[in-house]
Write a protein that binds this ligand. Structure first.
Ligand code: ADP
Ligand code: ZN
Ligand code: ZN
Length: 722
């Protein structure tokens, strides 16, 4: 006999396609218990989801119900709030609860037997939770005593204490947002001896800095084990022990990236989403969830206060934080001033009109001069270009050959450092040919430029420039300028980013070249110039979010420059542009995010774009583009015909626009053709209802003859790029 239990396992069984699996156990088990169950020929981790109906209908053949193989009873059952978060995320993002739940658990849990788990749990309290790998650069700057809050900070802290939120903390870089988080967390943890706080940042690279600050503040108050990290850069045992500490409540503060939004924290009272506008909060595989949006939902669920912080909020959050009488749901808090011992006004923005510069020049003369001056004064500069490699294309002028990828509808990038042509989409790499593969011409040339080329050019342009004081006998007249590059290519090895950042901090570098990687969050003290050499592309991109991202990137770059009191007065942000009159740059010059945001929102409203409409994309992949498109077209036609016959669904259909299937911007990647279809509605509820009904139709469409050869399909709700 025994008790029947519904158990979630890691399968893509969407709710629309059938019930959760049923297993049997001798006694009942609390919902949320972790178990080992047989699945096919293997045994896997499962989660007791609910007590199942005991075969009253005879639908389930009781002989087929298999036994739960073991119970991980050293881990307390996952609480109802956590389960509701999973249920909601699965429903909203159209995935199976099993997939969401099991992906949200630390990977090592899946592999451990109950016995191994028991040994682990016994050890856990003594496991060292010291997770930061390298000593973060700039750690010596960490303050140990909390500073006295400025009136601006106090006002914000007061509002967070009094109102329910969610809050959008709109504060300039260096306005003391992190200090506000620290203060709120401290008040909360002192008042409530169980309370837990979740602090999220967009990138793994930023966690060591934040971790150092939180540790310095809270280790003396709460003990070294009270602060843990959770991100994908940790080893599986580290992740498991941090997860368990959060689940058991011994970790009071969890710092993490987007996956931390699913950490089990039974006493969660406070959530921070720092740099809330950052695209990396949106997952791009599996359940494509937005950790920011789930954080807001989770705050409601667990009655935890949620603070979203940014100097350039996403337009969605900005819109949500309009005045309540206009329908705003978030409370906007503003901290315009930079603070701290060496607070500086934001650097001056200089636009260089490239229409009046020598054609093909990478560096305009005034920008080059400004960089030289800084080298000679012993200050640092930072130059951005959002494209790595030497040149995006190699080209033969004789026959027109270009370095296309054989497997993708994209060009392979020329990397001069190792003389390769590399596809950034599929990884296909070859040595650069000696002559044109098309006609044998020996003279094939790079088209366009990437960070490697910028580095090379600067190296030669600055060859005669000397740093001010010679520290070495070899250079009595001053050492030559030093240029360094940081991008995905130079930081492939673990720890190499930290090492390179440390070199910048130590002053070993005069000019740092890089992709947006270097704009994010690193607190360089001696940088007094940040330059974007060619940012115009984003102004004319087909992606309607590109201007928003450019504005935030340039603001972030500005925040990096001029943090040092002695040097801050010289700080400048340089932008080379062929569009010097563009409103985006005009707003940037004034550091006027609100006016940029309102003009963008006006455009979005007129065009019926998010946040004034709600979107989902269905993506399909096949060997042939026509198969991918045929699947989407059939699924769309089936939605119309099937739903028209469903009671009450005409109304849902009428509120949803289904666009045509189109190839994706890069249609073929690794020999797979990709197509997509946009679904849009002015009502989030209608879109959600439509998607929940459409799922089984999409699934069924797959078996139509014209869809033979379809590899996979997936829904992306609230996509970031369309
Ligand atoms: P943000 O997170 O907005 O970039 P931070 O909280 O990092 O800003 O603050 C910027 C700098 O100012 C940090 O060095 C921080 O220690 C310091 N700081 C913040 N608040 C204060 C304060 N009230 N008094 C003195 N220094 C402060
Ligand atoms: Zn040729
Ligand atoms: Zn490729």
């Amino acid at each position: 006999m025994g008790v029947w239990l519904s158990v979630l396992v890691h399968t893509p069984a969407h709710a629309a396609l059938g019930p959760v699996l049923t297993y049997r156990y001798a006694t009942t088990l609390p919902v949320g218990t972790l178990v080992r169950v047989p699945l096919g020929k293997r045994e896997t981790l499962g989660l007791v989801w609910e007590e199942a109906e005991q075969d009253a209908t005879g639908e389930i053949d009781s002989d087929k119900v298999r036994d739960i193989a073991g119970v991980l009873d050293t881990v307390a059952p996952l609480g109802s709030a956590w389960r509701q978060l999973v249920r909601f995320a699965a429903q909203y993002y159209q995935r199976s609860p099993g997939e969401v739940a099991l992906a949200a658990l630390p990977p090592q849990l899946r592999d451990l037997s109950p016995q191994q788990m028991q040994r682990k749990s016994l050890r856990t309290p003594r496991l060292p939770l010291q997770i930061a790998a390298a000593k973060p650069a700039g750690e010596e700057l960490v303050r140990h005593d909390p500073p006295v809050l400025t009136p601006e900070q106090s006002a914000v802290v007061g509002q967070i204490a009094e109102a329910r939120g969610p809050f959008l903390l709109f504060g300039a870089t260096g306005s003391g947002k992190t200090e506000v988080y620290l203060h709120c967390v401290q008040t909360l943890l002192v008042r409530d001896p169980q309370a837990q706080a979740l602090i999220m940042v967009p990138e793994i690279n930023l966690t060591p800095q934040l971790e150092a600050r939180f540790r310095a503040r809270f280790a003396p108050l709460l003990g070294a084990h009270a602060v843990v990290s959770l991100h994908s850069g940790m080893t599986n045992p580290q992740r498991l022990s941090a997860w368990l500490a959060a689940h058991q409540g011994s970790a009071r503060i969890v710092l993490g990236t987007r996956l931390a939004v699913f950490a089990s924290m039974p006493h969660l009272k406070f959530i921070v989403v720092d740099e809330e506008h950052d695209p990396s909060y949106k997952s791009s595989e599996g359940a494509r969830y937005s950790a920011r949006d789930l954080a807001v939902y989770r705050g409601q669920l667990q009655d935890a206060k949620v603070v979203l912080g940014s100097a350039t909020p996403s337009l969605e959050s900005w819109h949500h934080s309009r005045p309540a009488q206009e329908g705003g749901r978030y409370l906007r808090l503003h901290m315009p001033a930079r603070v701290g011992a060496d607070a500086q006004p934001l650097p001056k923005v200089r636009l260089v009109d490239m229409n009046h510069q020598p054609r093909k020049a990478v560096f305009s003369l005034p920008l080059l001069q400004a960089i030289k001056d800084r080298v000679e004064r012993g200050e640092q500069s930072m130059v951005f270009l959002n494209r790595r490699g030497y040149a995006p294309v190699l080209h033969c002028a004789d026959c027109g050959w270009k370095s296309e990828c054989a497997h993708c509808s994209a060009f392979r990038v020329f990397h001069k450092a190792d003389r390769t042509l590399r596809c950034h989409h599929c990884g296909f790499t070859e040595r650069v040919p000696r002559a044109c593969p098309g006609c044998g011409n020996m003279d094939i040339a790079p088209l366009g430029r990437g960070t490697e080329q910028i580095e090379e050019q600067l190296d030669s342009l600055l060859a005669d420039i000397r740093r001010p004081h010679s520290t070495s006998e070899a250079f009595p007249d001053g050492e030559p300028a030093r240029v360094a590059r940081i991008d995905a290519d130079t930081t492939r090895l673990k720890g190499s980013l930290q090492a390179q950042l440390a070199a910048v901090h130590a002053g070993d570098v005069d000019v740092l070249v890089g992709t947006q990687m270097i704009a994010k969050g690193h607190d360089f003290r001696r940088i007094t110039l940040a330059a974007a050499v060619n940012p115009d592309g984003a102004l004319f991109s087909g992606d309607f979010r590109a201007p928003e991202r450019l504005f935030s990137l340039l603001m972030q770059a500005a925040g990096r420059a001029g943090r040092d009191a002695a040097l801050g007065g010289n700080s400048e942000v340089w932008i080379q542009t062929f569009q010097p009159a563009h409103p985006l740059y005009a707003a940037l010059k004034q550091y006027d995010y609100p006016s940029f945001a309102s003009s963008q929102l006006l455009e979005r409203e007129q065009a019926g774009m998010p946040p004034f409409s709600f979107q989902a994309l269905v993506r399909a992949e096949a060997r042939k583009q026509e198969t991918a498109q045929a699947f989407l077209a059939a699924a769309s036609a089936n939605a119309r015909s099937d739903m028209a016959a469903w009671e009450g669904w005409q109304e849902v259909l009428a509120q949803v626009t289904l666009y045509s299937a189109v190839p994706m911007a890069i249609a073929r990647v690794a020999n797979v053709e990709r197509a997509q279809m946009l679904v849009e509605s002015s009502s989030r509820g209608a879109l959600q209802r439509f998607l929940s009904g459409w799922y089984s139709i999409l699934h069924a469409t797959r078996s139509q003859p014209e869809c033979k050869g379809l590899l996979r399909w997936a829904i992306d709700v609230d996509p970031l790029a369309i």
